[in-house]
Ligand binder design. Structure first.
Ligand SMILES: Nc1ncnc2c1ncn2[C@@H]1O[C@H](COP(=O)(O)OP(=O)(O)O)[C@@H](O)[C@H]1O
Ligand SMILES: [Mg+2]
Length: 432
């Protein structure tokens, strides 16, 4: 059922209950009030009539629907209306022969009996016969019916008004699922509806952003794959065509090998990144002393930095630092961070690998802007930002590093380094 129909039905339901209760209470009140009034009138008439009950008065009363029953001193009831006689008898009107007045409203009839010199008389009336109460009730029911109709119309109008903006939101969402990203919902109306509209707009923007990031990433990865592939293809062709022979074969073979390894690394990184999101990603967690692990990494990176004229320094604590981690993956993290640091650090400037209670990679390169820290680990974002101004890789590294550290239960943050460049700080869960 649509929202509009629901609201209309709900309004109608609430109004119907209100009308039912009000009708029930008011008709009871009206009926009992009208009965009280009839009774009072009848009593007054009995008092007036008392003692002068002639033919004329009897006619006037009977025209008003009031039956007159005469009661003799011996207790005989006479009158034209048998039912009235029975009602008067049941109401105990015979007591007038002892000189008592009788008021009775029980049963269907109102009975007012008065004594007079020769016994007495009773006035008997069926109150409903007067019809005043019924007319009142009919009018009230009519008013309530009008109220009910108005409530139904109001509910219908309310439902339509409230559901229209929701329909607009739904149509934009449908268009989005059909692939459109340029549509936005107008944010207006009641607060809740406005919130729905603005959250759908937010969703559309997030979708647009993430899709364009994905596109950029694919573009950069394809570009990154093409460069080594071109080299491999070109050199392999020259070997196959016999253009390169003799002593030239060895360096050409080395280039092909290097480029193939680059390709392999890239594909491995991509696969790792894709697997990080999957449930079957395996970690070999163990208690690891980070000191020898960091020292082993520093041996390799010391040589690489030295070859580029970059000053590498290692800061190690004197006691072991135990952490619960996957040693191979942690090495991957250190390598990823140092590779970035070395690539941007000019010769003569420092790169620092430091281990205290946390693991840090710092450099004296150009560093990152304050707004970069928050998005540093979003795949491809920094890569995209610095593509034109710095040497970059594929844009996978930091996302992979972040994914690995997070999977191992640790945290990684980016910030400024005292050396002037960027600092990446990894905190791992300590071994218990
Ligand atoms: N230590 C650093 N100093 C300055 N910029 C950095 C540093 N580390 C990473 N970046 C920037 O972040 C970008 C993304 O890094 P990363 O995700 O590892 O991808 P890639 O290294 O393949 O470009 C790099 O291209 C670089 O511009
Ligand atoms: Mg990198």
């Amino acid at each position: 059922m649509s929202l509009a129909a629901r609201i209309a039905v709900l309004c109608l339901g609430v109004a119907a209950v209100a009308v039912f209760v009000a009708g029930l209470v008011s008709s009871r009140l009206v009926l009992s009030a009208s009965r009280d009034v009839s009774r009072q009138v009848l009593a007054d008439q009995a008092d007036v009539v008392n003692g002068q009950l002639g033919r004329n008065i009897r006619d006037v009363l009977e025209r008003q629907g009031i039956a007159v029953v005469t009661i003799s001193a011996t207790g005989d009831f006479t009158g034209t209306d048998q039912q009235a006689i029975r009602a008067a008898r049941e109401a105990g009107a015979v007591r007038v022969t002892q000189g008592a007045a009788v008021h009775s409203g029980s049963g269907g009839y109102l009975v007012e009996a008065r004594p007079n010199g020769k016994g007495g008389f009773a006035l008997v009336q069926e109150p409903e016969v007067s019809g005043n109460g019924r007319k009142l009730v009919r009018n009230i029911l009519f008013a309530l019916g009008v109220g009910l109709l108005v409530a139904a119309l109001a509910g219908l109008a309310l439902g339509t008004v409230l559901s229209r903006p929701l329909r607009r939101v739904a149509s934009v969402a449908h268009a989005m699922s059909d692939g459109r990203r340029d549509l936005r919902v107008e944010v207006s109306g009641p607060a809740e509806l406005a919130e729905v509209a603005s959250s759908v707009n937010g969703l559309a923007e997030a979708l647009q952003r993430s899709e364009s990031r994905q596109r950029d990433f694919l573009l950069s990865v394809s570009h990154e794959l093409r460069t080594p592939l071109t080299a491999v293809t070109g050199f392999a062709e020259s070997l196959a065509d016999g253009v390169v022979t003799g002593a030239d074969v060895v360096p050409v073979g080395r280039v092909i090998l290097d480029e193939s390894r680059r390709l392999d690394r890239l594909v491995t990184d991509l696969l790792d990144l894709a697997r990080l999101g999957a449930d079957d990603f395996r970690l070999d967690l163990a208690t690891v002393d980070l000191v020898p692990l960091v020292r082993a990494a520093s041996d390799v990176w010391h040589a690489r930095c030295h070859a580029r004229g970059v000053t590498f320094s290692l800061e190690l604590p004197s006691s072991p630092v135990l952490a619960r981690t996957d040693a191979r993956r942690l090495r991957q993290v250190i390598d990823g961070l140092l590779e970035n640091a070395l690539r941007v650090t000019p010769s003569g400037r420092p790169v620092v690998l430091s281990l205290t209670s946390v693991l840090q990679v710092r450099d004296g390169g150009p560093g990152l802007a304050a707004e970069d820290y928050a998005v540093a680990f979003d795949r491809g974002v920094l890569h995209q930002r610095y593509q034109s101004s710095r040497p970059v890789g594929t844009g996978v590294g930091l996302a992979l590093v972040h994914g690995l550290v997070t999977r191992m239960g640790g945290t990684i943050t980016a910030g400024p380094a005292p050396e002037g460049g960027a600092a990446f700080t990894v905190t791992l869960p300590t071994a218990t």
